[in-house]
Design a protein around this ligand. Structure first.
Ligand code: GDP
Ligand code: MG
Length: 437
């Protein structure tokens, strides 16, 4: 029934538009997909209803359903939303040390990510210093020292100290003295957000005045990520997020939740336990993983590539006003080559469905016809009636075909054009024609 309704809508307006009713099913599906990807419920509601509002009234491409098109809109919005801010680090020039503060819950991947980022920056020509300011977990200092040794990066630590501020102070002084230009501070986590932790990170941040305040969040902690991000954001005003453990089978909904709640860009993702496993954040990749509807997205992309709603409208006008030219005909060939099938040409040229024998339009013939049209002047393409004998000879020579073939093409085109005109003037065919667009 909804298919039939769509057709009614199409035949009334020429093509359908996105309405809340005709995408209701898709909206439900998308909500489920996002929830399954561990996106926070509030974020799902907010994101989806805003997207529905924005997409309402948008015209729908021929050959996809409004629901399918809506999935693509959601995907585009996700990409845009996740990646709208600069993702590179805001670092200072080589002579002034930049400071990067790492924050996050225990086990989120702070220490590992700090080492990964240090290695990455070293490869870019920076001189990093790692600062072991997690003095809560017994083996934390050791862990950072071992990592530092492995990647050849100095680590500032004060064995036995209980004062993270003292270590940070020592680190900053050492960086100045040894001309190390990126100071990366690893801090203590807790099992959960608590006031003592927040107070400690606030103090360290006030002392170190970091250029970047990075939250390391475990991509697998879907729902919880929101509260964690909010708490850290309130304490230290985050400038970025590293999502660790993206190599797990998580769909990564945390990325969307964190971005929505804290408004903080995701700068890197952790993709393994190794020190090399840190990658820049690519919004397209994460968006398709979160939504998990790659098939629909690529279907709509293909339809957009081949024929846009605006193109269809333009074409339809041309046919009605009988200004469809050989140049438009040529454009259709080029579309068909993209789609790779003759059948789709028939479907794309309004009024042609079922009116032309598909065998008449094989690919080889298309190539020959294309060559002939390409040998015509612009004037000839716009008005095929001026193509007399001497022009035919010139075109035939230019395209490596015979005068007879040029004549055949012109005849065929003329016939087709006349039929299109007839079809588009006939009320009974009109709705059929519209439905195809
Ligand atoms: P911290 O408590 O926040 O400092 O977390 P750690 O850096 O000690 O990491 C906790 C655990 O997660 C360690 O076993 C790490 O090897 C592991 N880990 C960290 N990042 C990743 C990642 O991107 N992928 C995987 N698979 N494991 C990670
Ligand atoms: Mg740690």
């Amino acid at each position: 029934l909804s298919d039939r309704l769509n057709n009614v809508v199409r035949s009334v307006s020429g093509k359908s538009r996105i309405t809340e009713q005709n995408i209701a099913d898709a909206v439900e599906e998308i909500k489920v997909a996002l929830l399954e990807a561990d996106v926070n419920l509030k974020v799902v509601r907010r994101f989806v209803s805003r997207t529905v509002r924005e997409a309402s009234g948008e015209s729908v491409l021929r050959s996809v359903s409004p629901g399918q098109q809506f999935v693509k809109v959601v995907y585009d919005k996700l990409v845009e939303f996740l990646g709208d801010e600069r993702q590179d680090l805001a670092l200072r020039g080589p002579d002034v040390p930049s400071v990067i503060l790492f924050a996050g819950l225990q086990g989120s991947g702070k220490t590992t990510s700090a080492a990964k980022l240090a290695l990455r920056l070293k490869k870019e020509g920076r001189r990093p210093l790692l600062v072991a300011a997690d003095l809560v977990r017994p083996a934390a200092v050791d862990q950072l020292q071992q990592l530092g040794e492995r990647i050849g990066i100095p680590v500032e630590a004060i064995p036995g100290s209980k004062d993270p501020k003292a270590v940070v102070k020592a680190g900053l002084a050492r960086a100045k003295k040894e001309q190390l230009n990126v100071v990366i501070i690893d801090t203590a986590g807790r099992m959960q957000v608590d006031e003592a932790l927040m107070e400690e990170i606030r103090q360290v941040s006030a002392l170190a005045k970091p250029d970047e305040r990075i939250l390391v969040a475990d991509a697998m902690t879907g729902q919880n990520a929101v509260e964690v991000a909010r708490a850290f954001h309130e304490s230290v005003d985050l400038t970025g997020v590293i999502l660790s453990k993206f190599d797990s089978d998580t769909r990564g909904g945390a990325a969307l939740s964190i971005k929505t709640i804290a408004g903080t860009p995701i700068k890197f993702i952790g993709t393994g336990e190794g020190v090399e496993d840190l990658e820049p954040f690519y919004p397209e990749r994460i968006a398709s993983r979160i939504l998990g509807m790659g098939d629909v997205v690529s279907l709509v992309e293909k339809a957009q590539e081949t024929i846009g709603a605006d193109d269809a409208e333009r074409l339809q006008k041309k046919i009605r006003s009988a200004t469809f030219t050989l140049e438009d005909y040529l454009e259709q060939f080029q579309r068909v080559r993209k789609m790779g099938s003759v059948q789709s040409l028939l479907e794309m040229i309004p009024g042609m469905k079922g009116n032309i024998d598909p065998d008449q339009l094989d690919m080889d013939q298309m190539k020959r016809e294309e060559a002939i049209i390409l040998s015509m002047t612009r004037e000839e393409r716009h008005n095929h009636r001026i193509i007399g004998m001497s022009r035919r000879k010139r075109i035939a020579a230019g395209s490596g075909s015979s005068v007879f073939e040029v004549g055949q093409l012109i005849k065929r085109f003329d016939k087709m054009r006349a039929m299109m005109k007839k079809v588009s003037k006939n009320k009974k065919y009109q709705s059929q024609l519209m439905a195809q667009m």
